[in-house]
Design a protein around this ligand. Structure first.
Ligand code: BG6
Length: 514
């Protein structure tokens, strides 16, 4: 019998019952931006539609627009209609619309922040928000310090003063290297207590990413083989078919490694490689992830194991697409990488010698994110060589998106009189196994912020450990730039530069074709 205490999925009380947060205000800075329109407002609507917002909820937008509540409501309605996951219902909307407010102001405008602080106090009386507020910084990182200092000056970050809770949500990127992320973390910690800081990495809000924990720690099947004795290598891929869209201002000077590798991919790696947490509370989970990130070693041979690329013009889904350097707002000499592939190692007993290959890129053939665990081949094959020509290594693939599920690849006998063995796939598909549709990542994470559950939010030590791994890679690429070497070009619609293929070939391996 399994002792209940040995199960990290155990819960106190029945967590299947929906949890509804305390009455509160959600203040969104930068509410007219892309993230707010595409993700945050639709997520708020979906939560309202599922009955998961409290009575006494207020959505307060703050941005530099000469707007009133009505204008914001119009924008929010359009955003919800376009981006919500659940059905748009007038009845839900009209209830939510009553709690939508807008405050105009720029981040250096003291008066606007004084008004915001006063508005929050008023809401306690008029809407019963009980002093509770979450502040979402959906703004360019350069504006973080100004906004945080305004919150400190006006006392709105102070839960003792408000009598309720005060939380802050910081969107990535958390800095652009280790020193700047330490500076940002110090500043945030100066204004908010550590437990009230929620750093968003929206990959952790994805159901399939959380399922990795269920797969590993709720089953007995995988744990015995989840180590270097059985695993040959791990490949984590996050591919996108889109280019940079209208985000040149952000992307130039950021690049694929800072945008995706430093956060989403290293978090996926941490969940794949970590030891079993003693519980699923924030402290236990983050402690285990942090240990893995702390044991990560940047590649010793950066020239061989840190490959960067940039998309050139090409064809995607039958359409001709531009080169990165021809995108609006991008310098024609840009050396920003739109593709990054690295080989990392986790220096622990469990993983010694197992390479973790991580890659991400824009304008690749299709949007797909997956974690592929590749097992050693059988040491001896008692078959004729020609019978196993179509047999590859066993693989367990966690399909994060878009075709959510898990695939197990193994060899099977081809029907017939010979003993020919060929790879087959056994698939678990979310869509077929469950009737419930998965919530959007932002829906889950926003709800967790309002509930004060930080399990799915990286702690600042994790962020800093991640920069420790990425910084040497970025320095190496900067030196390459100084020496006149640009990123490798790859044609849009192809799986990245040849150098990334060579990187694996050097180790006698090939990339999985997702
Ligand atoms: C964001 C990156 O964090 O993730 C974007 O800044 C990227 O560049 C996006 O497009 C991808 O998210 P998803 O959920 O669509 O895989």
């Amino acid at each position: 019998m399994v002792h209940p205490l040995s199960n990290p999925l155990r819960s106190v009380g029945d967590r299947r019952l929906p949890r509804v947060p305390d009455p509160c205000a959600l203040v969104v800075f930068g509410v007219t931006g892309d993230l707010a329109k595409k993700k945050l407002i639709p997520a708020v609507y979906d939560l309202a539609n599922r009955g998961l917002l409290p009575a006494g909820f207020v959505l307060l937008g703050f941005a530099r627009r000469d707007w009133g509540d009505g204008d914001f409501e119009t924008l929010a309605r359009a955003a919800a209609q376009k981006g919500a996951r659940t059905e748009f219902r007038e009845s839900t909307w009209s209830r939510l619309a009553e709690s939508i407010k807008f405050l105009p102001g720029s981040f250096d405008d003291d008066h606007a922040f004084d008004t915001l602080a006063e508005t929050l106090r008023d809401l306690d009386n008029t809407q019963g928000t009980q002093g509770n507020a979450a502040f979402y910084l959906s703004i360019p990182p350069a504006a973080f310090p100004t906004v945080l200092k305004q919150m400190q000056r006006t006392g709105m970050a102070d839960d003792r003063e408000s009598g309720g809770w005060r939380r802050v949500v910081v969107e990535k990127p958390f800095g652009h290297d280790l020193p700047s992320s330490k500076e940002l973390n110090d500043l945030v910690d100066d204004v908010f207590t550590a437990r009230d800081v929620f750093r968003i990495d929206h990959y952790l809000g994805k159901e399939t990413v959380q399922n990795l924990l269920a797969l590993r720690f709720a089953n007995t099947l995988f744990e015995p083989i989840w180590n270097s004795h059985h695993v040959d290598s791990v490949q984590i891929t996050m591919a996108e078919d889109v280019g940079i869209g209208g985000r040149a201002g952000f992307y130039e000077g950021t690049g694929a490694a800072r945008d995706v590798l430093q956060n989403h991919l290293l978090q996926l790696l941490a969940l794949t490689a970590m030891e079993e947490p003693v519980g699923f509370d924030a402290e236990s989970l983050r402690t285990e992830k942090r240990k893995v990130l702390g044991a990560l070693k940047p590649p010793r041979d950066l020239a061989a194991y840190a490959v960067r690329g940039q998309y050139d013009q090409g064809w995607l889904a039958g359409e001709r697409v531009k080169a990165y350097r021809a995108e609006e707002g991008v310098s024609s000499e840009s050396r920003t990488e739109t593709y990054a592939a690295v080989r990392l190692e986790v220096e622990t007993r469990r993983w010694a010698g197992v390479p973790f290959y991580l890659r991400t890129g824009k304008r690749l053939p299709r949007r797909v994110t997956e974690i592929g665990v590749i097992f050693h081949r059988a040491p001896v094959l008692p078959f004729a060589k020609s019978d196993t020509e179509e047999l590859g290594a066993n693989q367990l693939v966690v399909r994060v998106q878009p075709d959510e599920g898990v695939t197990l690849r193994f060899g099977s006998k081809v029907p017939g009189t010979t003993m020919e063995v060929r790879d087959v796939a056994m698939d678990f598909q979310y869509g077929e196994a469950f009737t419930e549709a998965s919530p959007e990542a932002y829906e889950r994470l926003l709800l967790d912020v309002l509930l004060g559950d930080a399990s799915l939010f990286p702690r600042n030590e994790e962020v800093e450990e991640s920069w420790r791994v990425i910084d040497p890679i970025e320095h190496f690429w900067a030196e390459q730039n100084d020496a006149g070497n640009a990123p490798h070009l790859y044609r849009a619609g192809e799986w990245g530069p040849k150098a990334a293929v060579d990187m694996l070939a050097r180790d006698g391996r090939v990339w999985r074709r997702p």
